[in-house]
Write a protein that binds this ligand. Sequence first.
Ligand SMILES: [Zn+2]
Length: 288
Amino acid sequence: MSHVFVVKPGEQSRLPAVADKAKRLQARVLAVGSSGDTSKCRICGSQPANTKEDVPPKEAFNRHTVLLRNIDETRSGACVRWRNEQRQGGHFEYSLCKKCNNDTGGWYGREYVSFVKACADHAVVSNAGKILTIELKDIYPARIVKQALTMVCSSSGPGLTYGSPELRKFLLNKDERGLPDYLKLHVYLRCHGGGRSSGVAGIINTKTGSSTVVSEVSWWPVGWILAFDDSHGVVEYNVSEWCKHGYDERRSITIKLPCHFAVTAYPMDFRNPEQVLRGRNEQFKQSQ
Ligand SMILES: [Zn+2]
């Protein structure tokens, strides 16, 4: 878990106005991050986290060598520094026990792969900034969102399910329906290759002072945001209702997904490459 506090370029001057709110938000995130046992499975919380969980499943375009970048807290100061690691055979985490890994993969994995493949043709750079209508025929909505939440839990700390026993129950029992009201799941199209996972993170809007806690996982062609409340106005497509379906309920659904760049490692940062570069240049000028 990282404790880095990151400010968008140009927003430093607004920080004093939201300092108290930011402190409370950071305390909330730290409380989630420091609960639970890091050696235990991120879903059941009781067995050792000793099996390799592919995030996302290998068949969901996750077979290639990846360059993993994590925040290097020992070297980060005024600017964030990164630690790079090359990983062969796709992106994975040692975060689940054998039973949870096998159960969730067997129950939810295949339907998730079908969903991702249905989205792939739409997730292209030329669609960035657009809302795409996608018709999904004969899908099992509950299986898709349960796999997405398995990925969110897998790439977050143990505090996520420790603090949300309803979420744990929802994933451990394939027939369990519905998320608690304070959890909202959103999805978007990621228009370019690669992925990012934020873990549990707090976001504060320095203009309005509104804040939220989220955990985001994306891997081309889709990204998922689990929001802990509605207060920040997440504008992605809300699929929380899909959690109310039964495991064997099949539906044909038309969805309208926003298509975004997800260039940086930070959750809900959808700036395009030019905007990110401009921000970095501004930051560099200010540091001179
Ligand atoms: Zn487990």
